[in-house]
Ligand binder design. Structure first.
Ligand SMILES: Nc1nc2c(ncn2[C@@H]2O[C@H](COP(=O)(O)OP(=O)(O)O)[C@@H](O)[C@H]2O)c(=O)[nH]1
Ligand SMILES: [Mg+2]
Length: 196
């Protein structure tokens, strides 16, 4: 979708810095390097809205992106760093709980997984986390361009099975390179954001 304005409002360490708006928000989560920043850039048709590559030291913040004063995307730090310390893990969990318990305008969560692999334990935990908070989810299986076309439907089926997705937990194959899946993603995002 094309936006006149797509900007990073703030990288928030905690509640005090959350933007003071009532725009509907979609949270984006996924393992580090899964392609979350590339996803944000692709769906907003911007080249450098979100920083692609490693972002050392900037990983413990919620990034709020304002799209035309209509929608807000909230980029959650990538999880699954094997080298994350206990206290860093605690901070991540605290920040997520604070957001999910207190942010009224949260409308849904996109969880990105790598289309080439079965979901990790961390991916599954994130899905269960969203279910616990009764947040609608949308799974995006990214880097689908790296899966041979003949294997795609099988891979997708395996991921759906592993996450035990129900009918309203949609999975969308996606590629930031070929742009496959963008229309389906927006259809689902708008559904979630415009749901009262
Ligand atoms: N082939 C392919 N590579 C991708 C895709 N999305 C991201 N990447 C690459 O994966 C790496 C990590 O991407 P990034 O967006 O920074 O991931 P993040 O850490 O989840 O934000 C980069 O080298 C990207 O170019 C995709 O859809 N297809
Ligand atoms: Mg990123």
């Amino acid at each position: 979708m094309q936006f006149q304005k797509a900007e990073l409002v703030i990288s928030a360490p905690d509640r005090r810095s959350w933007p003071d708006t009532t725009l509907p928000e979609i949270v984006l989560a996924g393992r580090s390097n899964v392609g979350k920043s590339s996803f944000i850039n692709a769906i907003t048709e911007r080249k450098k809205l979100a920083y692609v590559g490693n972002t050392p030291g900037k990983t413990r913040l919620l990034n709020f992106f304002n799209l035309d004063d209509r929608y807000m995307l909230v980029d959650v730090p990538g999880y699954g760093y094997a080298n994350l310390s206990k206290s860093q893990l605690m901070k991540f969990a605290q920040m997520m709980d604070e957001y999910f318990e207190q942010r009224e305008q949260k409308k849904g969560m996109v969880i990105l997984v790598d289309a080439r692999h079965l979901p990790s334990e961390d991916d599954l935990s994130m899905v269960e986390y969203a279910r616990y908070f009764k947040i609608p989810i949308c799974i995006v299986a990214t880097k689908i361009d790296k899966v041979k076309p003949t294997q795609r439907s099988h891979k997708i089926k395996m991921i759906k099975q592993a996450l035990e997705l129900s009918e309203n937990e949609i999975l969308i194959p996606f590629s930031a390179i070929s742009k496959q899946g963008i229309d389906d993603v927006w259809k689902r995002l708008i559904e979630m954001m415009e749901d009262e």
